[in-house]
Design a protein around this ligand. Sequence first.
Ligand SMILES: [Zn+2]
Length: 306
Amino acid sequence: MEVTLVKKCFIFLLSLCLIAGLAGCGGTSEKAANTDGKLKVAVSFDAMREFVQAVGGDKVSIIEIIPDGTEPHEFQPTAKRMKLLHDANVFVMQGLGMEPWAEAMIKAADNPKLVVVEAGTGVSAITNTDEDEIKEHGQYDPHAWLSPSCAQIEVQNIADGLAKADPKNAGYYQANAKAYKEQLQALQNEYTQKFSALPHKDFVTGHAAFAYLCRDFGLEQKSVESVFAAGEPTTNQMKELVDYCRDNHVKTIFSEELVSPKTSETLAREVGAKVQPIHTMESSEGGATYLDRMKENLQRIYESLQ
Ligand SMILES: [Zn+2]
């Protein structure tokens, strides 16, 4: 008799626990989906994260689709990552062919409320001229985020997208975008003046990521790898680079974290130049912001051309 009672009590308590547990569980998962009322914004890579952070401030929580430290041009999503857009409110991508996987991922998300922002929409695109490049990567050079003037267009597109997904904070997003665009414009003005006074306009970098920046300031880039950072240069290409550096008095070879710094070092040794880091914002670097890194890029290119 006593045993049955204990048993009954136990079962009663167990069901209470189960009910409480289930309720608790439901409560937590709901909270996680809302991430404390913040807008859930998925971004493709670091530069997009920077722009979304600048515009979205404390009203957004950001998920990066491409794991930090992965060369974004070579990214292929795993089956698990394919589902990352399922409960996002906004997806911010560069566009211009930078994210060939995005279309399938958006489809796989099965998320009708998802607002998709192609940040590069409205940028005057630079077309690829190399035939192999076009075959492999499409029509356009995707690196528009590395130009202070194109970045302003991208920031505005992002503000409009966040405002669409979260209209009650539209004023906040637009005000942040305006302030950020002013900082980009200030950089643009400062270096337009500085670069225009220089006799040399040519610099050598890791992969050809700076065509839009060059267009902004009337500069010329040469890269040790192709636009999309794939493959080492051949012996002939290397000889061409060496001649180019000698002909154009190149004294600095820029190198990137994710793109064969070895080639840059070899070239620098060959022509008696020094190697300096340059930032493509394709992955994060010790917490330095986009503006910090852009300022550093412009200043270093400027110094290298003197
Ligand atoms: Zn790149």
